[in-house]
Structure formats: C-alpha cells, structure tokens
Design a protein around this ligand. Structure first.
Ligand SMILES: [Zn+2]
Ligand SMILES: [Zn+2]
Length: 360
C-alpha cells in the first residue's frame, strides 16, 4: 500500500479535490503504471456530472499513458520499465463475448469499489472505468494495457486509448468501410475527428463532416474530411448527398444529441450501415422508419470503443502515427497539471476543445 496524489470526486458536479489516496500493490494479473499523461474525455465529464451513475467518492480518468513501475504475479509479456497506454477495456478473457473476440463488451462485471483504491483513511473509493487515472499512478489489469515505443510522446499516446480507437475503430471495425466508399461523420469533436481520419485511412472516397460549428468543419478538413456541412441547416443531408453525388455507405454518429440519431438514416444509401458511437443521456430515445431500413437492406449498429481488440489495433495505429498517417499531436488543444484538472474540465465542457491533456 502506498499513498499517491489523485483528483477525487466527492459530489457530482462539484470541483474535484486533489488529495492523497491509498493505492494497493498490483495483484494477480495486474500492473502498476506511473502516469505521464491522461486526457480528459466527455465520458469523464458525464460521470462527474452524475449522468452515468456510479458510487462516490470516485477517481475518474481513463485515457492514460505511462511506464510500468510494478508487476503482479501472472503477467506474461510485460516488464518493469515498459512504456504502455492504459485503456478502460478490461476483459476477463473467459466470458462468451471475450471468447468471441469482442473484449469491449466483456460480460464479467467489475466492482469499482473493490479495486485498488481507498481514501487516505481507508474508506471506500471507486476506481471509475477500471482506471482511476486522474492520479499519479494506476493499478490495472494486464488486459487493459498495450506496449508502445519508448520514444513516443505520452500525451499523444494517451489519446489513442479512448477517443482514437473509438473513432477509427467505428469506421474500420464496426462499419468495415472499404476503399471507394462514402462516409458521413456526424460530429467533428474528439471522436468524430478520429472517425474522419479512420475513413481517410480506410480509403473512403468522400468523407462528409456534419457539425454545428463552422470552425470545427474546417478542422475536420485537416483530418481528412472532403466536405463539411453545417448541422444547423434544417435539412443538412441535402448538402451532404450533393457532395457525395449520392447517399453514404456508412454514417457514423459520434455525438450525444438525439436529432443526429433521428436524421442519420436520411444520409444512408441502400445497403448502408449507421454506426452509433455517441453516448446520449440514459433514458433518451430516437425514432426511425423500420420499413426504410428493411426495404433498403440497411443496418443500425452500436459500437463500443470502436469494437477494438487493443493488442491488435493499437500497435498499428501507433505505427501509422509514426509514419505521419494518423494525426495525434493536432488533436491536443491544451496541456494542464493535475492541480488544474477542474479548469481543464471546464475548458473541455465548452465543446470547442479537441482534447485537453493532463501531464505529470
Ligand atoms: Zn473516453
Ligand atoms: Zn469477458
């Protein structure tokens, strides 16, 4: 047991408190990672606002990178000093979903309050999303980490572990876009920009970004969008269809706003696929016309974390980054200290930021 500094949520929506907490040594199958960087994701903010539930007090943060500083028993393939990314994708490896090659939907529940974290006085402390990475160190399951090159900057590496794999994976794994197809990406935020560059990497012909903000459409073009359409247009699909010269083979919805889900089929070609990636508030519902889907042979699928297999997909994304074919540096809009976490969250909430990263 050791004491580390962490940003703790004691009440939903109240500023996180920087305090000392207890971190247990890694157990069977676990490693301790001393963090160099953790980025702020909208899921962290939704948890902090209480939209996703979960017990308090809690430590959020789940897009992290660092170096292994302790290794528990039964961890083949990792050693002290390895540079790694830390993801929230904890997979038991033995449930039917893991056995089917779908670790992002592992069916084995994890009790976050029975994890490695405790408050300074030994009270319950939730390790949110199996990470608790708004802290100097994490102890996580070996299924959650992937080795990265020692010379890769950790702030860029941290981004890969959630927003990048979710966006790129939605296009490559979930939609299975192939060269020459047309893709619409609704929302040009952290995940949307990565869906756009996923479509570029997959060889899409036209990539249409749809967003409420004109400046985000300009950024989207830097990431590979061929066309941009303002979502404030009452019928934005018209301009998108005009740009593509037809309808889309894949529509990737990366936002939480329900109108985006309601309108997604408007962009879609016969035989096309809508991939739902965004996380609208629990309880909200969308509407669609079933006859169009059935008569047109269309699909609507949900994709969690880009349907990635992290030990397969993260190494090739890292390699594309090193070749200059996957943009990561350009995703970072600000760097902050752990003490500035509340300011960094406030900046992310404005919606203008790409990704804010806390560096240690
Ligand atoms: Zn995330
Ligand atoms: Zn499992």
């Amino acid at each position: 047991m050791q004491m580390i500094k962490a940003a703790v949520c004691h009440a939903y929506g109240e500023p996180l408190v920087i305090e000392q907490i207890q971190l247990a040594a890694p157990g069977m199958g676990e490693v301790e990672v001393t963090l160099d960087a953790v980025s702020i994701c909208h899921s962290d903010i939704s948890y902090w606002e209480g939209k996703f539930g979960g017990s308090l007090p809690a430590v959020y943060g789940h897009e992290a990178a660092g170096r292994i500083t302790a290794v528990g028993a039964g961890v083949p393939g990792f050693a002290m000093g390895d540079d790694v990314v830390v993801t929230l994708i904890r997979a038991c490896g033995s449930c039917p979903n893991c056995g089917s090659g779908k670790p992002t939907i592992c069916a084995t529940p994890v009790d976050p309050t029975a994890g490695p974290l405790k408050t300074a006085d030994g009270g319950k402390l939730s390790q949110a999303m199996c990470c608790g990475a708004f802290a100097e160190k994490v102890v996580v399951d070996q299924s959650q980490i992937v080795k990265i090159p020692a010379d890769m900057s950790k702030d860029c590496a941290a981004l890969i572990s959630c927003g990048v794999i979710t966006g790129v994976g939605a296009v490559v794994n979930a939609a299975q876009v192939r060269a020459g197809q047309d893709v619409v990406v609704i929302g040009a935020g952290g995940v949307g920009l990565n869906a756009i560059q996923g479509a570029r990497i997959a060889g899409a012909r036209r990539i249409v970004a749809v967003d409420m903000m004109a400046d985000k459409l300009e950024i989207a073009k830097e990431f590979g969008a061929t066309d941009g359409v303002l979502a404030s247009d009452p019928k934005p699909w018209r301009a998108a269809i005009k740009a593509m010269g037809g309808k889309a083979d894949a529509v990737i919805v990366t936002v939480g706003a329900i109108p985006a889900y309601d309108s997604a089929p408007r962009y879609l070609a016969m035989g096309g696929k809508i991939v739902m990636v965004g996380m609208p508030a629990a309880g909200t519902t969308a509407q669609y016309e079933p006859i169009i889907m059935s008569n047109s042979g269309q699909q609507i699928v949900g994709s969690k974390m880009g349907d990635v297999v992290i030990k397969r997909d993260i190494p090739w994304m890292v390699d594309l980054y090193q070749q200059g074919r996957l943009k990561l540096d350009e995703l970072i809009s600000g760097r902050w200290t752990l003490e500035q976490v509340n300011e960094a969250i406030a900046d992310t909430k404005t919606g203008a930021a790409k990704r804010n990263v806390i560096v240690f």
